[in-house]
Design a binder for this molecule. Structure first.
Ligand code: NAP
Length: 540
């Protein structure tokens, strides 16, 4: 019987990996605007990327729906109706499926096709990939659209194989859902995911025990339906919305604050915090004061305000004390947005366990053992995050020029030029790669900018009959230094976050995203392009 490995290699112009927001738009640009023979390979059996995999209870977007979407098509913007301010995962997945159908993308998306390896041939300037099924495909351009948070981190805890109950990682949630009714559930992790899942699981389970290693700050989302009037108003002002989003530091269509937290009296400051906390969402971080992420004293004022809110919400003082974040500045870990998270600890069926004080020792047949004792559980939920920003790319055997592997190249942390390319890996582009604003921004805005920059670059190359493009090592190392210098000016260094790879044992501690903001970043990318792709070597 013939297998994919027996088939002749398929020859294309471009290969895209990943069918989330980035990959689908990349496919559309390359195929429909540049006329390239392009195929998108996706490991899952559906499109949607993050929104395909993360189906855990309570999963919803932390950015508002009207700007957490594509801006490239006016028709799409006008025809799609978001139901609420912060849509739930099924609605975003439905939107991305609609995009796939509306732009006829499915015919060039190959599902259930994990890319195992990608190797560059210097003689032909082509990339050769092999899928898990053994299928071989080559193309001049290889574009990674694998996402920043797509490789689940299941901590290596002894005894997991012996556990007689069920366990799940939130990023690999079963499509049929999980019935928690009548169950004793243990949830490990209090990042954005754990904080979204906690209230929903608590409402269904018999008992919920949260195993918390680091207490986290969180601001209420204040989700609400989008009324017809609001929809109409949004749809009538989309040009202004996108102009503002592209000019905003984080890709959000709001004017960031320009006032210092330290130039107000405590009462005045707390009144400002209160107003913005009542409004809810990310605005608390970037819309309150301008110095929260750069000045520890300013940050303390926000952190104190949020700690007071926790004390006032959680009735049991012992539980409230355990929930008070005390080891990192507010915002230095990606700030969660919640719906009744702290209120959930007032329920009788919810219990909080501090696993920093009494660490998890082992998983047993019947539950989980910490240094303090045994907890009987029917289900364990790992809301323990991801090997962020590099994990997925490094899980593919990528080899550039001279047999250089990406794993070796990034052994001391990721190195890129503009987060778009890696020296030694010609004709390979990384959408929202490390060294770009990506996870510090409203992702669709950053993704569209990358996709458009890459397709413009390829179009320019084709116009000039150039066969290969590669970042120079000088440009790359200058960019890495710049990314590092900018991060050093912020408080991001003061937390053990996944931004720094600190959540993965043994991972090099390097601040991976670009913290300089979208306007400065876009300007640099545009300058590079208009200076004949300065910092890249282009060859005929
Ligand atoms: P995360 O932020 O990395 O949080 C993981 C949690 O698991 C942390 O509380 C961590 O504790 C804990 N943990 C990890 N290993 C552990 C261990 N061995 N023992 C005990 N606790 C352990 O992951 P996440 O919550 O999945 O969020 C990741 C990112 O996904 C977010 O920051 C956000 O960018 C994105 N996200 C977005 C949305 C949205 O917009 N809708 C929703 C969810 C997630 P420590 O803090 O001590 O490491």
């Amino acid at each position: 019987m013939s297998t994919p490995a027996d088939q002749p290699e398929l020859e294309l112009d471009a290969i895209v990996i990943g069918a989330g927001f980035s990959g689908m738009y990349m496919l559309k640009r390359l195929r429909d605007e540049l006329g390239l023979k392009t195929r998108l390979f996706e490991a899952g059996d559906g499109v949607g990327g993050t929104w395909y995999w993360n189906r855990y209870p309570g999963a919803r977007c932390d950015s508002e729906s009207f700007y957490y979407c594509y801006s490239f098509s006016e028709e799409l913007l006008q025809e799609w109706e978001w139901s609420s301010k912060y849509p739930e995962q099924p609605e975003i997945l439905k939107y991305l499926n609609h995009v796939a159908d509306r732009f006829d993308l499915r015919s060039d998306i190959q599902l259930n096709s994990r890319v195992n390896s990608a190797k560059f041939n210097e003689t032909t300037n082509r990339w050769h990939i092999v899928t898990a099924a053994g299928e071989r495909v080559s193309a001049q351009f290889l574009i990674s659209a694998v996402g920043c948070l797509s490789t689940a981190n299941v901590p290596d805890i002894d005894g997991l194989d012996d556990f007689k109950g069920d366990w799940y990682h939130t990023g690999q949630w079963p499509h049929e859902g999980v019935d928690f009714s009548g169950k004793r559930v243990g949830l490990i992790g209090t990042g954005s995911t754990g904080i979204q899942a906690t209230p929903v699981i608590a409402a269904e389970a018999d008992q919920l025990t949260i195993f918390q290693r680091t207490a986290n700050f969180s601001v209420p989302a204040r989700n609400a339906p989008l009324t017809a009037d609001r929809q109409e108003q949004i749809k009538g002002t989309y040009d202004d919305i996108w102009r503002a989003a592209k000019a905003g530091h984080g890709g959000f269509p709001y004017i960031p604050s320009d006032r210092s937290a330290l130039s107000y009296s405590e009462d005045e400051r707390n009144a400002i915090y209160e107003d913005i906390w009542q409004e809810g969402g990310f605005k608390f971080l970037w819309g309150s004061f301008s110095d929260i992420m750069v000045d520890e004293k300013a940050n303390d004022t926000a952190a104190d305000f949020l700690r007071t809110k926790i004390r006032n919400t959680v009735k049991d003082p012992k539980t409230a004390a355990m929930l008070l974040p005390n080891d990192h500045p507010y915002g230095a870990k990606r700030p969660p947005i919640d719906t009744n998270y702290f209120e959930t600890f007032n329920r009788d069926n919810v219990n909080l366990v501090d696993v920093k004080k009494a660490p998890i020792e082992t998983i047993t047949e019947t539950g989980l053992r910490t240094a303090d004792g045994d907890y009987d559980l029917d289900v364990i939920v790992f809301a323990t995050g991801f090997d962020a920003m590099t994990g997925t790319l490094l899980s593919i055997d990528i080899q550039g020029r001279d047999g250089l592997t990406l794993t070796d190249k990034w052994a001391e942390g990721p190195k890129t030029y503009l987060g778009l390319q890696v020296a030694g890996f010609p004709n390979m582009f990384t959408i929202s790669g490390p060294g770009s604003p990506s996870v510090l921004s409203n992702m669709p805005v950053s993704i569209e900018q990358h996709v458009e920059w890459i397709s413009d670059c390829i179009e320019s190359m084709r116009g000039k009959q150039q066969q290969s493009i590669e970042a120079t090592t000088t440009a790359e190392s200058e960019w890495v230094t710049h990314v590092n210098d900018i991060a050093q000016m912020t408080l991001f260094w003061k937390a053990n976050s996944w931004y720094l790879g600190a959540n993965i044992p043994g991972k090099k501690r390097i601040f991976m995203p670009y913290a300089g903001g979208i306007p400065m970043y876009r300007q640099r990318c545009d300058e590079v392009a208009s200076n004949d792709y300065e910092g890249f070597t282009l060859s005929a």
